[in-house]
Design a protein around this ligand. Sequence first.
Ligand code: ATP
Ligand code: MG
Length: 384
Amino acid sequence: MERLSTGIGELDRVLGGGLVPGSLVLIGGAPGIGKSTLTTGALANLVATGRKVLYVSGEESAAQVKLRAERLGQHALGVPIVADTDLDAVLTTLEAERPEVCVVDSVQVLYDTALTGAPGSVSQVREVAGRLMRLAKKRGIATLLVGHVTKEGSLAGPRVLEHLVDCVLSFEGERERTYRTLRALKNRFGSTNEVGVFEMQEQGLVEVEDASARFVNEATRAPGSVVLCAMEGSRPLLVEVQALVAPSELVPPRRVANGVDRNRLALVLAVLGRHGGVSLGTSDVFVSVAGGVRVDEPGADLAIALALASAAKGIVPASEAPLAAFGELGLTGELRHVGHVERRVGEAHKFGLERVVHPSQRVGTLRQALALLSRGTEEAAGAA
Ligand SMILES: Nc1ncnc2c1ncn2[C@@H]1O[C@H](COP(=O)(O)OP(=O)(O)OP(=O)(O)O)[C@@H](O)[C@H]1O
Ligand SMILES: [Mg+2]
């Protein structure tokens, strides 16, 4: 299958190897996350390689888009812009221009004058996307639809669109943090496990190819810090899991999870209490993945548990390098195997993390894993 490279390696990878001509891709994300920056950057690269592109801006005036382009550099200024919200006008322009790739920013502001619903309403969004799709297929235009998602992911637009489009990409991260991740929630042309890591900088979104190295270097080596060997699709990624445990004045106490699922945290806390001898029922508990990254895999359990235990006991988990871990927790306190053991361990070793706790014959339960945590300090004390 022919694919168009967007010139952004991380984006191409999440797409499954580049843009497929005639495909419809929805990029959803919270306000200000960088959707316009990312799509403009992709079009700029395509222009630089001689591709015909078009940027349809319904949200910002041509002057505003130009301002961003100036920030992003030379090629971005060469991206033709159409500032319009009338669907018929946009379709006519596309039909006349026949770009190979177009961006519609955003699908929620375009509207069909023949429909009564307001722009962004379910009927409008469905109509706008449907007609854009028919044109995209007919003329082979790879179309990137930008869609807004509220923090709860609740907005009508992207949800109703999911079935219609070929790919749904989700751009995530905390706006105040520098790291952003791009993942595929649906992909008719590739895996949905890939994730791209970006950093927002002055000159736009910069790909972070050495994400593991960054996150390991930034790991704090303090009590409550453990490096998780995560798998994001076919790619191992080291991220720092941080935990803080503090006496609570609230009933029930606080459970705050950033970057990990709340239910996962609840499960880990319950297993720690029942089978690990670490009871945090009267403590506020905060867990966060550093850098604003999200990890959504059972393999995160053990790292979360070790970070919590280390925070609760004030144990620095390792002598020199941070402690690394991965593995799923079973409800009876056993450690369960997760996939790609060698790649995870390999990634940790590559970045100087020699001590990796994971389910094995020797370490089969949470208790055994916790014992390794405190042995780290003894070793450190012995060495000092
Ligand atoms: N001069 C700058 N230097 C660094 N970062 C900037 C600069 N100007 C804007 N940004 C970043 O770009 C982000 C906005 O990016 P962008 O407009 O691509 O987001 P968006 O997802 O399209 O937002 P919206 O939902 O409002 O359309 C801001 O949140 C800010 O972090
Ligand atoms: Mg925007």
